[in-house]
Ligand binder design. Structure first.
Ligand code: GLC
Length: 739
């Protein structure tokens, strides 16, 4: 369908234009039949279609039967861009087939705390990895002529009071951590829409924040699509429209439409702002209706895709004496209700009415099973506990299915603890006393503490692996598939060690990001804090070696690209995939505090036993940069470190970053040291400074070495406005030297 957008813009009435800026109802935009403008449908995502079509008394109820893929927390662990792309393709086909024009996802908020109830939907703690994975997903969906809504823009880092909390974040932290994934996706995958978050950022609601929705999103990043609100996130409609929020969802029942009309009529809102929003909306609708063919999709085939995806996401955290893979389930005991009824998705708007569910027991018919606890996976049951413990002593191996019950984490509220239900920890502790071959399979949306981790033989982390997770678990336990996932979040030892422990969920109205850019592994690395399992960690049933690291140049200048190559070899006996990670470590003594290292590249490589492949990753200026009123790659010698985990970097190379001297932005706090250290030529100032030091050196003979050092230090940290106090020099003369 082709829309005549210029004609529509010319002939839409003011009331119709205002009406287009809010939904018709929960899931549809308004149509304007007289001009041939259709209504389009949006639907949650992000890991399946939560599409509502049925209404009772005008209210949507339930959702269609659809395919529940692994959730974001699991997909992220695959580190597989192609997989994310394929899942996006599947979801795009399903959406189009069901008449959905835009899928509400992916959710790319950074995991600031493992307590966040919504972490199961999010992709991790590192903005580079999140941005890469989300970009692949978005390309996959939009290739099927269905849009996405990149969410929640921005800093929706907690569920507690999410609709009002004020997130106090300095700009550098925002740019480098909480906005960076959005930026990458906007620039690399061009999402049709974004969804603004509920919360405030530094005192401004995201729905009406012009710095966020126009300066950053559109002026800096070049986005020209539609920003829709999260459901009920609009605070004041007219300021929101001015700020760059085109669509209020869901409908405001005409209340805010009338406010827009009144504002145009009283002159407080210009027609050009309204027309700008309407143009963007019409262009979005046009994209949505360009291809209305409803290619049928095959749910069973997508279920198999979900199973393969879940396999690729699984993280093998421990595998003592190579207990896994098991030769068969003969003599093996399955324990824990999740074996029968797996936890495979999260609660809230992303909850899928899955058409099918494969549990581990479904996939392993005949296996011996005992619950070991209450059916809800959180109630202690003495009889069942005893029964499982006594049965375990005669088993060849015991597979314990553990994890977070669905009420322990969800959209809408945050977790109270990092622990699993005590009955699960107790069960595992008792089992290891009876049998050394204990295998724990985990289902959860965010890090959990594992006090038994060094007592069990194996730990296979499935996260929330979608409706086929049971089949995937069995494929992995039996070695039909080799685990290849890596953690996309640090698994901390204690809640007290987490970066935002002192602040998280502690304020009723405000959150203060005192940890700044030190989120996730950046924090634990800088503080040298031990963790349960590090970011990027994951084992395999085979082994790999890395060699021959090389960089295309030892010097990096602005505008360069640096190509990093290395070889990866499968040195074991089983086919498998390795995720090679590349971290950049800045030099010491930069102008700002920077994390010890940051992920700036990764690639997943599939290898037969004995096979070796060369892999390449490319770095650009941003790979070395931090935010300082613009992106800055400060000069110095940087380390390029590669390895299979953030704490196992087996090869390193160094690169000297050169930097064009930058003219200083003079402020009241600019010091003599800043000027002389900038590398930028200020000949008059340098001349003046030499003369000043000559005059001062006349008294050098009377100073001890300590006093000389102190004087030197004080000179360097002397702000320009204070120089005239010591030299009777007019500040304006000094500033002219620096102009
Ligand atoms: C919810 C969620 C958002 C979802 C929307 C529509 O409140 O925050 O992710 O897409 O409402 O269900």
């Amino acid at each position: 369908m082709k829309l005549d957008i210029p004609y529509m813009l010319e002939h839409l009435t003011l009331e119709e234009k205002a009406g287009l800026c809010s939904g018709k109802d929960q899931w549809f935009t308004k149509a304007v039949e007289r001009l041939g403008l259709p209504s389009i449908m949006v639907s949650d995502g992000p890991h399946g279609l939560r599409t509502q079509k049925e209404k009772v008394n005008g209210q949507y109820i339930g959702s269609i039967k659809s395919v529940c893929f692994p959730t974001g927390c699991a997909l992220a662990c695959s580190y597989d861009r192609d997989l994310m792309h394929h899942v996006g393709n599947d979801l795009g086909k399903e959406a189009r087939a069901e008449g959905v024009q835009t899928l509400l996802g992916p959710a790319v908020n950074i995991k600031r705390s493992p307590l966040c109830g919504r972490n199961f939907e999010y992709l991790g703690e590192d903005p580079y990895q999140v941005g890469e994975m989300a970009s692949s997903y978005v390309k996959g969906v939009q290739e099927e002529h269905v849009g996405v809504s990149l969410k929640h823009f921005a800093a929706n880092s907690q569920e507690f009071r999410r609709m009002s909390i004020d997130e106090h974040i300095d700009e550098r932290t925002l740019r480098e951590i909480y906005l960076a994934a959005f930026e990458k996706v906007v620039k690399e995958a061009k999402p049709w829409t974004l969804m603004c978050s509920y919360n405030q950022i530094n005192g401004a609601y995201s729905s009406e924040n012009p710095w966020l929705l126009t300066k950053v999103l559109r002026d800096d990043w070049g986005f020209d699509g539609v920003v829709m609100s999260d459901w009920g996130a609009v605070n004041r409609r007219v300021p929101a429209l001015r700020a760059g929020l085109e669509l209020e969802m869901p409908s405001s029942g005409g209340v805010n439409d009338r406010k827009i009309v009144a504002a145009v009529k009283d002159g407080s809102l210009s027609m050009e702002v309204l027309d700008r929003a309407v143009r963007r909306l019409l262009e979005w609708i046009q994209k949505g209706v360009e291809d209305t063919s409803h290619a049928p999709y095959d749910k069973e085939a997508d279920h198999e895709d979900a199973r393969k995806a879940s396999c690729a996401c699984a993280v093998l955290l421990r595998n003592e004496h190579s207990l896994l893979p098991l030769p068969s389930f003969d003599g093996v005991l399955f324990v824990g209700p999740f074996a029968k009824k797996p936890r495979f998705q999260g609660g809230g708007s992303s909850h899928i009415n899955n058409f099918k569910l494969t549990s581990a027991i479904d996939a392993a018919p005949g296996v011996t099973y005992l619950p070991g606890m209450g059916d809800d996976s959180e109630t202690r049951d003495e009889k069942r506990l005893e029964e499982a413990v006594s049965a375990s002593s005669s088993a060849k191996a015991v597979v314990v299915f553990a994890g977070l019950p669905e009420t322990w984490e969800s959209e809408g509220y945050d977790r109270a603890t990092l622990s699993l239900p005590p009955c699960q920890d107790e069960l595992i502790a008792k089992l290891v006393e009876k049998n050394k071959n204990i295998i724990v399979v985990l289902h959860h949306g965010s890090s959990v503490t594992m006090p038994w981790r060094n007592d069990v033989a194996s730990i296979l982390d499935m996260y929330l692996g979608g409706q086929a997770v049971g089949g995937a678990t069995v494929d992995l336990l039996l070695g039909k598939v080799n685990p290849s996932g890596k953690l996309a979040e640090t698994s901390p030892l204690r809640l007290e060690d987490t970066p935002c422990y002192l602040d998280y969920d502690k304020g009723q109205h405000d959150a203060y990001y005192g940890e700044r850019v030190f989120v996730g592994y950046r924090w634990y690395d800088e503080r040298k804090l031990p963790v349960q399992y590090p970011f990027g960690f994951g084992l395999s049933y085979t082994t790999f070696s890395l060699s021959s690291l090389s960089v295309s140049s030892k010097v990096f200048k602005e505008g360069d690209l640096l190509v990093v190559t290395l070889k990866v070899k499968n040195t074991g006996k089983k086919t498998g995939s390795e995720v090679v990670q590349l971290y950049v470590a800045p030099p010491k003594g930069l102008s700002v505090a920077r994390p010890p290292k940051e992920l700036k590249g990764f690639c997943k490589v599939f290898l037969q036993p004995g096979e070796e492949k060369e892999v390449t990753m490319t770095l650009d200026g941003r790979s070395f940069s931090y935010w300082d009123n613009g992106w800055r790659a400060e000069k110095g010698v940087y380390a390029i470190a590669v390895g299979p985990s953030s704490q196992e970097l087996t090869l390193t190379a160094s690169v000297t970053v050169e930097e064009k001297p930058r003219k200083l932005t003079i402020t009241d706090a600019t010091t003599i040291g800043d000027v002389l250290g900038s590398g930028y030529p200020y000949p008059a100032f340098e001349q003046f400074f030499k003369q000043m030091m000559r005059q001062m050196s006349a008294t050098d003979g009377t100073l001890g070495s300590g006093e000389k050092a102190m004087r030197e230090a004080m000179m360097m940290s002397l702000p320009l406005h204070a120089v005239c106090s010591f030299t009777n020099l007019d500040l304006d003369v000094l500033l002219k030297m620096l102009s």
